[in-house]
Design a protein around this ligand. Structure first.
Ligand code: M6R
Length: 587
């Protein structure tokens, strides 16, 4: 998604802004730009493509500036549509979507104003310029009243000595250092040990000067709030000797799992007892990989505890009038805690009377502030756009919840702690997938097949594969294949079959026979040695056995590695897949 940085202080702004934009690159973007006040005059450089394309910005002088990486929503990726947008000396960078942009634009056009881009954001510069009567903060507050939708804004005025910011449903953080202030849409862009950070809440505004950061409410009244001192762990991450963050983050899975397992004691001490004793229905809302974690949790909780669990795509939940029981526990799963659809679904569940449990990797995210109960996974920062360690961390927390539900109901289920030593072993045993990459890179289509919990893992495997290889892939219920998709099977369609449940393994192998008979090369991921020797199997990964209902925590590891190895083989950058963003803050 789009990224914002802003700087005001004694240093030249452009290197600080370019550095900040580099640190936001992991979020995904397709164009970039900066605006600097050079002796009070606005200078703007905008380019399509990477931050490196902004080379001309290095020559800009001036100690006040704003910058932006844009992920196109309204209007094609191009320099013209890149931010900052400038109108009558007002420069604006914007994250989010202005839903009434068309109507506002029409008003501006009627006033005889002209537009230079196709974006929804440009209208914000017009509104602020129009509202300006000598005080930028008041103008931004007035303009914000006209906007519907979501926005994080950073605004400069020609001749001014401040940056003004606004937030509604799109994250924004200001930070104060020694004689300098910063603003960004994400902490890594501004973090340095000891700086004091101010996380803007919805409806809040900030005025940054070199001396200070001040927060205001929507009436322009000063808000007194202590900032939080940033710590080492929040600073920009380091790739170390790894070629890509994604590969490093796969190796970090064991630690992520260890830091995301919660004991029954933890649940007891943190206010979960009543809910876990009484809950008869569970709904899970999430998107993408987090949705697949939800499916895996459903498989485990229903299998081991017979408590009904429904899993909703958050984007569907909010618009399909779900039939919701007010006594259901709703779990909102989101690595970032900022995904717009998941936030909206959690809000809707609250309005229906449900208790909302937030499961997130980001303790200071918006989701945490709207939940009744909170589980923060300990995956650490995940930089790769493709979710890896955060998936296993979510499973560790959800399986812990399953064990806690059992504990509070005086039932017994296998302990998810038993998975911990098996994670590192699974990474090592998955090394063989590097050799599979040439075959998968040449594929016309790829199937990931499984039944039960294996099917949930297959869905996540196919998402990962599509996301970074740009090749078509489908996660499929093994038994469903012959009802249509088998028509696609031929020698150009490698199939990854997953088999971790003894009761279902032979059934899954039936699908293997069917695709093999049509020429498809078969790759097996299993914990059953006997299956690996079957003539249909071209190559296999043999993983340690575990409770089948918990097996996706292990079985997804070789699938993450397969996607990674194939992407690298194809010379794609697995950390920054095209068109995608790390946190999707617009719907
Ligand atoms: O931050 P979230 O967990 O809410 O993000 C949800 C999805 O956008 C995310 O899981 C996405 O599908 C992954 N990047 C896929 O690898």
């Amino acid at each position: 998604m789009c990224g914002i940085v802003g700087y005001i202080g004694k240093r030249r702004a452009s290197p600080v802004l370019l550095d900040g934009l580099k640190k936001l690159e992991y979020r995904g973007y397709d164009s970039a730009g900066i605006a600097v006040l050079d002796q009070g005059i606005l200078r703007v450089v905008k380019r399509q493509g990477r931050v490196e394309e902004l080379g001309a910005a290095h020559s800009l002088d001036g100690c006040i500036g704003i910058g932006h990486t844009r992920w196109a929503t309204h209007g094609a990726p191009s320099a013209r549509n890149a931010h900052p947008h400038v109108f009558r000396g007002i420069a604006v960078v914007h994250n989010g979507i202005i839903e009434n942009a068309a109507a506002l634009r029409a008003l501006c056009l009627a006033r005889g104003e002209t537009f230079l881009s196709d974006t929804d954001s440009e209208v914000v510069a017009h509104l602020i310029a129009h509202a300006f009567c000598g005080d930028l903060l008041s103008a931004v507050i007035r303009a914000a009243r006209e906007l519907t939708g979501s926005f994080a804004l950073a605004v400069l005025r020609e001749g001014g000595e401040e940056i003004v910011c606004a937030r509604k449903k799109s994250p924004l953080i200001a930070a104060a250092g020694e004689g300098e202030s910063f603003v960004a849409s994400d902490i890594p862009a501004i973090a340095a040990s000891g700086r004091r950070a101010y996380i803007l809440q919805d409806g809040e505004f900030a005025r940054l000067t070199a001396e200070d950061v001040q927060l205001y409410d929507e009436n322009g009244a000063l808000i007194a709030r202590e900032g939080v001192v940033l710590e080492e762990g929040e600073l920009a991450p380091d790739r170390g000797t790894y070629a890509h963050f994604m590969r490093k983050e796969i190796d970090e899975i064991p630690r992520a799992v260890q830091n995301s397992l919660f004991s029954a004691d933890y649940f007891q001490k943190n206010g979960f007892s009543e809910v876990l004793c009484q809950t008869e229905y569970i709904d899970i809302v999430a998107c993408g990989t987090a949705y697949h974690s939800g499916l895996c949790a459903k498989a485990a909780i229903e299998e081991l505890l017979r408590i009904p669990v429904r899993v909703f795509l958050a984007s569907e939940y909010r618009y399909t009038r779900p039939i919701v029981r007010g006594d259901a526990l709703t779990i909102a799963v989101s690595q970032s805690g900022e995904t717009a659809d998941t936030l909206a679904a959690a809000q809707l569940a609250k309005e229906k009377g449900c208790k909302v449990l937030a499961l997130t990797n980001c303790a200071r995210s918006t989701l945490t502030r709207m939940s009744d109960l909170l589980l923060v996974t300990g995956a650490g920062r995940e930089v790769g756009v493709a979710a890896t360690k955060s998936f296993q961390a979510q499973l560790a927390a959800l399986y812990s919840l399953c064990a806690a539900l059992a504990y509070f109901r005086k039932k017994r289920v296998p302990s998810p702690k038993d998975l911990l030593p098996l994670c590192g072993q699974s990474i090592r045993e998955s090394a063989a997938v590097a050799g599979w990459a040439p075959c998968f890179a040449a594929a016309r289509n790829v199937f990931f097949l499984g039944r039960g919990a294996d099917r949930c893992a297959a869905l996540e495997g196919s998402l990962k594969f599509k996301e970074i290889t740009y090749l078509p892939a489908e996660g499929y219920a093994a038994g469903e294949l012959k009802h249509g998709a088998l028509a696609l099977a031929d020698e150009t369609t490698p199939v990854v079959a997953l088999a971790f449940d003894e009761r279902l393994a032979e059934k899954t192998m039936n699908a293997v026979h069917e695709v093999y008979a049509r020429g498809a090369p078969v790759f097996l991921v299993t914990c059953f040695p006997a299956l690996c020797g079957q003539k249909e199997v071209s190559s296999f990964v043999l993983l340690p056995a575990c409770e089948p209902a918990f097996s996706p925590m292990l079985s997804v590891i070789p699938l993450q590695l397969l996607a990674y190895e194939t992407a690298v083989f194809l010379k794609n950058d697995p950390d920054k897949p095209r068109n995608l963003a790390k946190s999707v803050t617009v719907e």
